[in-house]
Design a protein around this ligand. Structure first.
Ligand SMILES: [Zn+2]
Length: 331
């Protein structure tokens, strides 16, 4: 185990990993020492040091330090084992992403064979066939993924390990509408929304990736951030293509870095209005963090008890939502 970890760290040098994630280093003193802004906390003066020879980092601002695995754990907010699995996958990326592609394609096909999936989307206010196609939405009727992937020559152990099937051999996404989550053109995770009585939300036990569709949304100077993919879907359908989603209210440092990568950007936060105030609290904390990073952040108030999805389902129009955005911009 220890040997494997050493090999993994040698194959992905820390400095190279950081630079691939947009870290801008300056040389600090010796030939192998670099300094730059800390990707783990918001700061304006660089206090994040990397020793490329030792493959270690230390931040004098937030006090975090360690090796590549420690960094990725903090950056993507993942437990140790999942971090190692993710990095191993980066060294040999093809099989897992191919498997996820194959699964998403299979579920897209199933979507058209099982009318309950389209009925569910209809009931969540999503009816534009072109958008459903564009988002790559599929459906897992349950019980047949294993057979299909087996026929494609996929390794069953890998299906189990990734979490696509459970130990009884059944689809983990059984009776769920499935959205693929992409990053740099590859599927990195799947989100499944239960259409029955099961717990509503499910992601594979791996990184949820960056902000949803960030490749297309990042070019907008004004961005709407929502909590769930159904919020995003109805907003896109209503023409708000500058909407992105963190899948939840807690942004990973990687997602926060994306949101703050363009100074002067305005972010409208439209999280759920929860009975227990969880969404409201998360919005307020995020607003402060964004403002600290020089981003104009505003909280969108929807009518009581609504999230963007339920607001549109209840009959709101694009003009109604625009009015909420306008209201949020008032000083
Ligand atoms: Zn720091």
């Amino acid at each position: 185990m220890a040997e494997n970890l050493e090999r993994l760290k040698q194959r992905i040098p820390l400095l190279e990993y950081l630079q691939r994630h947009n870290w801008k280093p300056c040389r600090a003193g010796s030939r192998q020492e670099f300094v730059g802004l800390c990707p783990l906390h918001q700061e304006t003066r660089p206090s994040f040091y990397v020793n490329a020879a030792k493959n270690l980092f230390y931040c004098h601002g937030c006090g975090q330090g360690g090796d590549l695995i420690r960094f990725v754990q903090l950056f993507l907010d993942l437990p140790f084992r999942q971090t190692v699995a993710l990095l191993e996958q980066e060294v040999t990326p093809a099989p897992v992403s191919e498997l996820l592609e194959e699964t998403a394609a299979f579920y897209r096909l199933q979507f058209h064979l099982h009318p309950e999936a389209a009925h569910y989307l209809e009931h969540r206010g999503l009816h534009d066939p072109a958008l459903i196609e564009e988002l790559g939405i599929g459906y897992a009727p349950g019980g047949n993924l294993r057979r299909h992937l087996f026929l494609c020559g996929c390794d069953l152990d890998m299906l189990l390990e990734i979490g696509l099937i459970n130990r009884h051999g059944r689809d983990a996404f059984c009776r769920r509408v499935v959205f693929p989550c992409h990053q740099q053109g590859q599927i990195v995770n799947l989100y499944g929304r239960s259409i029955g009585a099961a717990f509503p939300h499910r992601l594979l036990p791996r990184s949820k990736g960056g902000l949803f569709a960030w490749e297309s949304v990042s070019s907008f100077s004004t961005v709407i951030l929502v909590e769930g993919l159904f919020d995003l879907a109805v907003l896109w359908q209503a023409g708000f293509r500058n909407t992105t989603c963190a899948i939840g209210t807690q942004l990973t440092p990687a997602q926060l870095t994306q949101l703050t990568d363009q100074p002067g950007r305005s972010v409208y936060i439209a999280f759920d209005q929860d009975e227990n105030q969880a969404g409201q609290r998360a919005s307020q904390q995020l607003t402060l963090r964004l403002q600290h990073a020089g981003i104009r952040a505003r909280i969108v108030q929807l009518p009581h008890g609504h999230d963007p999805n339920s607001y549109f389902v209840a009959g709101a129009s694009a003009a109604d939502f625009t009015a909420c955005l306008r209201e949020a911009s008032r000083p």
